[in-house]
Structure formats: C-alpha cells, structure tokens
Design a protein around this ligand. Structure first.
Ligand code: DX5
Ligand code: ZN
Length: 216
C-alpha cells in the first residue's frame, strides 16, 4: 500500500521547561499536534487546557488535534475552537448528540475507544465521524507500553470501512515507536499519535523516515 501516513505529535511527552524549542525540534517532521486534555476524573491524571493549546498553535501554525479525556466533553467543545479536529471518548455516552454539536462547529470529529471497550460499539458510528481513534494504551500518561490487542481492533475497523466503502480515517494513540509502528500501519492505521518516540528520541529524523517509507 502507498504510505500516506500522517504523524500527530503528542505534546504531552515534550519537556515543558522549554516548550518552544521542543516544538521546533519536531515541527518539520510531523503533520499535526496532538493535545491531550485530561481532567483527573475520566482518567487518573490532569494535564493541559486551552491556554497550552493556543500556545502550541501560536508557535507552530500547524493544525491541532485535541484529544479530550474528560467527563462531559461537550461542555468544553467551544473552549477548544482553535482545534481542527476534536476527539472525545465513546465511553462518555450520548454519542450522536456530541457528533452533531461538533459538526455544527465545523470540526473534524474523532471518536476514541479505550482498550477495554468492545470495538463493536464503535462500528455503527463510523459513517458519521472523520476518525476512528483507537487507544493502544490506557489513557492517562505518555511513554506507556503498547497494548498488542489493539491491533485487532484496528483491523476490525479497517475491514468495516472497506466493506462499507467509508472514507473514515483510523488513528492509533499510545506506545507507538520504532518497535511497534510497522504492525500498527500494516493493520490499517492512517494517522499515528506519537509522544515519547518523537520528543524523547535521540534519533527522531531516522524514526520519522522509517515510518514514512514503510511499505505494507
Ligand atoms: C495517552 C495519550 C497519548 C500519549 C501518547 O493517554 O492519549 O496521546 O500521550 O504518548 P506515547 O506515544 O508516549 O505513548
Ligand atoms: Zn492522546
């Protein structure tokens, strides 16, 4: 298959003591920036909000993907109006209403699913969303180990999109690096959200080149 893989840089893994130089380091290698928003309730960690998202946008000028790992994400959709795409979790319920709200805001819609949630729950929404967003770690922290069973979920979504002739993209998030990217791409991912393997990688250009040139 042609490799048109997109890379979304997960800012959570950056060194915040020097955010500007961290972003400048990865900027020419990536397509988008991924902003992990956590509330200490939906996940056991608290991270960043709209101020950091706006700062990233100012520094880089690239499109932002906001990943909302929060309860009641709809309360904050408008707060993240700077984003090109907004992803919320299927586990938060009332999916159709949330999709409509984001569409009215003209945002690309991502629907995320946690490792322990059955992928069958996501399939009925595929025709209505822009991105199926498959978590390959338990959301909460950057730098965790990739959960292999998520590959099967990627394949299930890919097969469904082919069967139903859908253009829905597949994004995978968590634990993606030099030893895992090949199987993720070969399973059908279009977009990789990557944190540690970009910001904490001494050989970042080599890794990005491998990802972009991998034939599968
Ligand atoms: C996990 C976040 C991920 C994570 C990715 O809760 O949603 O975006 O920061 O970072 P790595 O690639 O380091 O797992
Ligand atoms: Zn994320």
């Amino acid at each position: 298959m042609n490799n048109k893989t997109k890379i979304s840089a997960s800012v959570l893994a950056a060194d915040f003591t020097n955010l500007k130089s961290e972003l400048n380091k990865v900027n020419k290698h990536v397509d988008f920036y991924h902003i992990d928003v956590m509330d200490g309730h939906f996940v056991p960690n608290i991270t960043m909000g709209p101020d950091i998202a706006n700062t990233v946008k100012k520094i880089t000028k690239k499109k932002l993907d906001v990943h909302l790992m929060i309860t009641n994400p709809e309360k904050y959709f408008k707060t993240f109006n700077m984003a090109d795409s907004i992803t919320f979790h299927i586990e938060t319920g009332n999916i159709n209403k949330k999709i409509s709200q984001l569409k009215r805001m003209k945002k690309k819609v991502g629907l995320a699913i946690n490792p322990e949630t059955d992928i069958k729950k996501l399939l009925p929404y595929l025709k209505k969303i822009d991105k199926a967003f498959i978590m390959s770690v338990h959301p909460g922290f950057a730098g965790q180990k990739f959960i292999k069973s998520s590959l099967k979920k990627v394949k299930t979504v890919k097969d469904y999109t082919i069967k139903h002739d859908l253009k829905t993209k597949i994004e995978v998030d968590g634990g993606i690096g030099p030893s895992t990217y090949k199987t993720v791409l070969a399973s059908g991912a279009d977009i990789l959200a990557v944190g540690a393997a970009l910001f904490r990688n001494k050989n970042l250009p080599k890794f990005v080149k491998q990802v972009r040139s991998f034939k599968f």
